[in-house]
Design a protein around this ligand. Structure first.
Ligand SMILES: NC(=O)c1ccc[n+]([C@@H]2O[C@H](COP(=O)([O-])OP(=O)(O)OC[C@H]3O[C@@H](n4cnc5c(N)ncnc54)[C@H](OP(=O)(O)O)[C@@H]3O)[C@@H](O)[C@H]2O)c1
Length: 308
């Protein structure tokens, strides 16, 4: 495969228009990188990045030719592609294992210097959950194809337009009772999406990164405590009540048939497991980042709402 001259401070962010990817693009620009965003719908980039100097290209991680073109002349690659619901050929295995490995292999073959692969806390090849197992097998496949890869495992990420905090705040304001996943005892360590994006930018900036970082926010909450905290801060009066996981799974199966997919089975499955950064992995501290508290993120979201 052709090895061409690559500009050291250049990066392509696959999934660069996504919730995390668009922030990675912005943080890399702030760090002085020349940035390309790769996704299947590059036309969305204009409304996201406005006049910022981002090159938007069509790239599909299931298609090797488009990957080769997307990686042209770049020295660094970030894979921030997601798949939360399986559709036809787009399975967890296809995206999180085979496509992740394809990105790593193409990156190696064309001579990319640094690859950052976004995974998630709790990824485990031996898990019974198809999603969690695919994330774990994907990490292994990526390491095999590109041994110098840096894997970033974020906890559940929060910020404007997220799938977690915004949903909790909205439902808490709408309903006098708040149905919890199970008894609400799952331990969570939500992290601000901007902090994760900054971590990725620093990994590419420093070039001496660890093989894997686990990134969680400054505090670990029981899920039910977190709901109460978000509700209180959103001036919502709601009573959290336990609801069995089996009921959630049935509801998620139905929700996955809806066009907007408000809930997925893998979200339910993920809520069965604690999602907390392991003490023996490097994290924000090693990257010199002090992560924001969830309370501050909620406050910022409220301020934005009142400004509108
Ligand atoms: N959100 C969280 O709380 C969270 C927590 C832990 C880990 N993560 C991980 O963080 C990563 C990013 O997640 P996210 O929530 O930011 O995802 P997202 O908002 O759904 O964005 C996904 C991005 O990937 C692109 N994409 C999807 N399929 C593609 C394909 N086949 N080829 C190329 N691009 C494709 C999408 O654009 P197009 O549709 O236009 O292609 C979009 O830009 C994922 O690995 C996710 O598992 C997320």
């Amino acid at each position: 495969m052709a090895r061409t001259k690559r500009e050291a401070r250049s990066a392509v962010v696959l999934g660069g228009t996504g919730f995390l990817g668009r922030r990675i693009v912005r943080h890399l620009l702030e760090c002085g990188f020349k940035v390309r965003s790769g996704s299947r719908h590059p036309e969305r980039a204009h409304s996201i990045f406005g006049e910022a100097a981002v090159e938007a290209v069509r790239a599909d991680v299931t298609d090797e030719l488009s990957l080769n073109a997307a990686l042209a002349r770049c020295a660094n690659v970030v894979n921030a592609v997601s798949l939360y619901v399986e559709h036809g050929e787009l399975t967890f295995d296809a995206i999180h294992v085979r496509a992740a490995a394809r990105v790593a292999r193409v990156a190696r073959d064309v001579g990319i210097s640094q690859l950052v692969h976004i995974s998630g806390i709790g990824s485990d090849p031996l898990s019974n959950s198809d999603y969690i197992s695919a994330r774990g097998r994907g990490e292994n496949a990526v390491r095999e194809a590109f041994p110098g890869v840096t894997i970033i495992r974020p906890a559940v990420m929060v910020g404007p337009d997220d799938a977690f905090l915004t949903t909790v705040a909205r439902l808490a304001r709408l309903s006098p009772v708040y149905p919890l996943f199970g008894s609400g005892k799952t331990r969570l360590q939500p992290v601000h999406v901007e902090d994760v994006a900054e971590a990725v930018a620093r990994v590419l900036d420093r070039r001496d990164s660890a093989p894997c970082y686990e990134l969680g926010g400054p505090r670990v909450y029981l899920y039910r405590e977190l709901v109460k905290t978000i509700a209180r801060q959103s001036s919502a009066h709601t009573l959290p009540v336990p609801m069995p996981f089996v009921v959630w799974s049935v509801m998620a199966r139905l929700a996955e048939q809806m066009p907007s997919v408000p809930l997925t089975r893998n979200q339910v499955e993920l809520m069965r497991h604690d999602n907390v950064a392991a003490a023996d992995f490097p994290g924000f501290e090693q990257l010199g980042i002090e992560p924001a508290a969830v309370e501050d993120v909620v406050q910022k979201l409220r301020d934005r709402e009142t400004e509108r």
